[in-house]
Design a protein around this ligand. Structure first.
Ligand code: FMN
Ligand code: SF4
Length: 368
């Protein structure tokens, strides 16, 4: 029976405990996605806190897939010196770290991409973005696969221990997986196997370039909240396809911009925690790949219950670490009260206002 502070090994990567810091956009890079001193300072504060695994904020693999201003870039070798400095911050603290790789797809911000087309598997209007993307050509799909592979190589060269493919939350890779946003009739569409093909190809190409020991994790939506989108039954079919490859772990999440399910509010009790657990329970046993559960996890008691059930191997949190980078160290030290994050989503609403931070913590510090 696993517990929070039990070590675990995923794809050869030894982690000191079962808690992952889920990818969190930082809004701290320069306008070209280069690492800044401010980003390094931010991670220096995070990585000294005994977190099992830290996943960076989404790093963008092609400049036409930009999701946000001052987001981490990994599309060019020009990003490599900065990424190497970032990986050194992790290494010096003995912190296991992987880079999350993403392309905005249907949720690319048009004003950040200089009039280029917003690209997606199919031209399906987004209410959230108020844009209709252009359907990608086969050549463009091949290019984007190359982009993910080149980005993984850069992450490895920089000194990170692995990558996570962001195939959740309505960005490009999840657009391919979703029957709602992928209406293609070629080899990248039509059924679950074909919609998942892009992930398998990226996985295989990364394996060929980075070696079989390099961990490739995945973040997956098991529930989109879209009428014809991914639901738990489709997610089961997706993981059965993914099971043919040796992904290091699958982080189970949900939601797209239109449905906003990823970052829920009103987590006021232990019963409100872990709002995607029902989906992880559906996926459990359908794949040999270890599962990570994200979404509204706030207390060590709930984490221990979830781990003890054996449904997932690890849990991950995002907002709790925005408020309290030292949360895990606090729990380890014996203060086991729940995370101080109240899930108000002020940090989400003001995400583009400047470096991502906790506005409640700012108010609390101003009072003391
Ligand atoms: C400010 C902010 C930035 C985020 N950035 C990312 C990101 O870059 N990549 C990602 O997969 N999820 C991102 N998320 C979603 C989180 O990783 C996580 O899935 C979600 O917040 C639910 O977990 P929580 O309840 O522990 O916050 C972000 C969430 C927040 C609040
Ligand atoms: S602003 Fe602070 S308290 Fe509110 S959700 Fe974000 S991290 Fe949590």
């Amino acid at each position: 029976m696993a517990a929070l502070f039990d070590p675990v090994t995923i794809h050869g990567l030894r982690l000191p405990n079962r808690v992952v810091r889920s990818a969190t956009y930082e809004n701290r890079c320069d306008a070209d996605g280069r690492v800044t001193d401010e980003l390094l300072r931010f991670y220096r504060k995070l990585v000294v806190n005994d977190i099992g695994l830290v996943i960076t904020g989404n790093a963008i693999v092609h400049p036409w897939g930009l999701t946000a201003p001052h987001v981490l870039g990994i599309w060019s070798d020009e990003h490599l010196p900065g990424l190497t400095r970032l990986a050194t911050v992790f290494r010096d603290a003995g912190q296991a770290g992987v880079v999350q790789l993403s392309h905005g797809g249907r949720q690319t911000q048009p004003k950040l991409i200089d009039g280029h087309d917003v690209l997606a598997p199919s031209a399906v209007y987004s209410r959230a973005m108020k844009t209709t993307p252009r359907e990608m050509t086969l050549a463009e799909i091949r290019e984007v696969i190359d982009d993910f592979v080149a980005a993984a190589e850069r992450a490895q060269k920089a000194g990170f221990q692995g990558v996570q493919l962001h195939a959740a939350h309505g960005y490009l890779l999840s657009n391919f997986l979703s029957p709602c946003t992928n209406r293609r009739t070629d080899e990248f569409g039509q059924d679950t196997e074909a919609r998942t093909r892009i992930l398998l190809e990226i996985h295989d190409r990364i394996r060929a370039r980075c070696g079989s020991e390099f961990p490739v994790l995945l973040k997956l939506n098991a529930e989109e909240g879209l009428r014809t989108g991914i639901d738990a039954a489709e997610a089961v079919r997706i993981v059965q396809v993914l099971d043919k490859r040796d992904f290091a772990a699958i982080e189970v999440s949900g939601g797209v911009y239109e449905t906003g399910l990823a970052t829920r509010t009103k987590i006021n009790s232990k019963a409100d925690e872990a709002y995607f657990l029902h989906n992880a329970e559906r996926l459990h046993g359908e794949t040999e790949i270890p599962l990570i559960l994200v979404g509204g996890i706030r207390s060590p008691e709930r984490i221990d219950e979830i781990l003890a059930s054996g449904t997932v191997a690890l849990v991950s949190m995002c907002r709790p670490f925005i408020r309290e980078p030292g949360l895990l160290r606090r729990w380890h030290g014996g203060d086991r009260t729940a995370a101080r994050c109240i899930s108000c989503n002020e940090c989400v609403k003001r995400i583009f206002d400047g470096p991502v931070r906790c506005y409640q913590e700012e108010k609390a510090s101003a009072r003391t």
